[in-house]
Design a protein around this ligand. Structure first.
Ligand SMILES: Cc1cc2nc3c(=O)[nH]c(=O)nc-3n(C[C@H](O)[C@H](O)[C@H](O)COP(=O)(O)O)c2cc1C
Length: 374
């Protein structure tokens, strides 16, 4: 149980972006694909209704594809063409009306894209076979340097559309084995030493993500945050620390740490299951001026306070935390916790991390199946 004073002075603290714009608290709704866009990626009325119920300081949208070929699942939001701006504008407006700042998460899914969207060819950092949705072998073609540059430009174009639609923040998806992470992870990136995006050096592995930040920075005036994995089987947290420094130099204001298996069950592990790796990264990144966020398995108000204060340990203190599944189950969870803090009865998020919300997304839209009758 967290007392009202601690809750208000920690969680309900304003979160100031580098351009002076302020979010009213330090809880972000993590990017969450809802499977609710129209088949062509247009924002639907269901999407607007979903987002109107969410209460958070910053609401990050589900991943928006920046090029048709970069979609990995149906009914993602499209931010790949000028006509998408209209729906994005309405979406940003609805998030604002609900009291949050609006962040657009941008992605090209690289070799996790689906052939039906990419004209049958799947592109990633290197020629290789990866396993598809049903475990089948999928042949990946290596992107040429021109193709990588085209994707970088697509990120900038999408950011421009998001800015003109009224979004306050861009979140670049550099995690979860999607396109930008694939370039950073040597298990995907086998490009040779003489290639600018080579998998043989941290410089080359970081280039696609760093270039995307730079291209966006050169195109829009709104702040850029990046979601990265804190490690993987083939990437050490210290290497992510090197990447993080480069993202700061390129102009990102905040890095959010996730992991390669993002939707685990905190009950089987512990709350905030990427904290250990995130702390290793934090201890390698000094004086970068960056803000830091954490996502993954955060379920109790006590954990929220622990992460926002660090209990005196700087490497364990985050500027902001992100929640996904708890907010699928309780869109106004923040409001509940705030009301409960006043009367001293704060209960943990009701989400049991069963992940049936995700499966529901493939069959008509993400929703909390566990508490369906609510
Ligand atoms: C239904 C569903 C959709 C998701 N979609 C995205 C997404 O679009 N982009 C992203 O970066 N992460 C996505 N995630 C991962 C979440 O943002 C988050 O990293 C993960 O669920 C762990 O946080 P949690 O324990 O608070 O749910 C999704 C997760 C779920 C359950």
């Amino acid at each position: 149980m967290v007392d009202q004073k601690t809750w208000e002075s920690t969680v309900l603290q304003e979160f100031e972006l580098p351009n002076g714009v302020k979010a009213s608290n330090r809880i972000m709704r993590a990017a969450t694909w809802m499977g609710q866009a129209e088949e062509d990626g247009t924002c639907s009325n269901t999407i607007f209704e979903t987002y109107s119920k969410i209460r958070a300081g910053i609401v990050v949208t589900g991943f928006q594809y920046v090029m048709e070929e970069g979609q990995s699942v149906r009914r993602m939001i499209s931010n790949s063409k000028p006509t998408d701006v209209e729906g994005l504008k309405r979406l940003a407006g609805i998030i604002h009306s609900s009291g949050g700042l609006a962040a657009a998460q941008l992605v090209h899914c690289g070799c996790k894209s689906l052939p039906k969207y990419s004209g049958n060819d799947i592109f990633g950092p290197s020629e290789m076979e990866v396993s598809g949705l049903k475990g089948e072998g999928v042949q990946v073609k290596a992107m040429t340097v021109d193709h990588v540059e085209e994707v970088t430009q697509a990120y900038a174009n999408a950011a421009k559309r998001a800015e003109s639609a009224g979004f306050d923040v861009i979140e670049l998806h550099g995690a979860h084995h999607y396109g930008l992470w694939q370039f950073f992870d040597p298990s995907y990136n086998h490009r040779p030493e003489n290639d600018p995006y080579t998998g043989t050096s941290i410089e080359g592995r970081s280039k696609a993500m760093v270039d995307a930040v730079r291209a966006i920075k050169n195109t829009v005036d709104i702040p850029i945050q990046v979601k990265v994995d804190s490690s993987s089987d083939t990437v050490k947290p210290e290497e992510v620390g090197e990447l993080t420094k480069k993202l700061a130099e390129a102009g990102a204001y905040c890095v959010i740490f996730s992991g390669p298996n993002p939707t685990q069950k905190p009950k089987d592990l512990e709350d905030a299951y990427f904290l250990g790796d995130a702390m290793v990264i934090r201890s390698t990144v000094h004086d970068s001026g960056l803000l830091f966020g954490l996502v993954g398995g955060i379920r109790s108000p006590k954990t929220v306070i622990k992460l926002l204060t660090g209990n005196g340990d700087l490497a364990a203190a985050f500027d902001v935390i992100q929640l996904s599944r708890p907010i699928i189950s309780e869109p106004a969870l923040l409001r509940r916790w705030t009301e409960e803090a006043k009367v001293g009865t704060q209960e943990i998020a009701r989400c049991i991390s069963c992940n049936r919300c995700f499966a529901a997304g493939l069959k008509g839209g993400v929703r909390c199946v566990q508490f369906e009758s609510d």
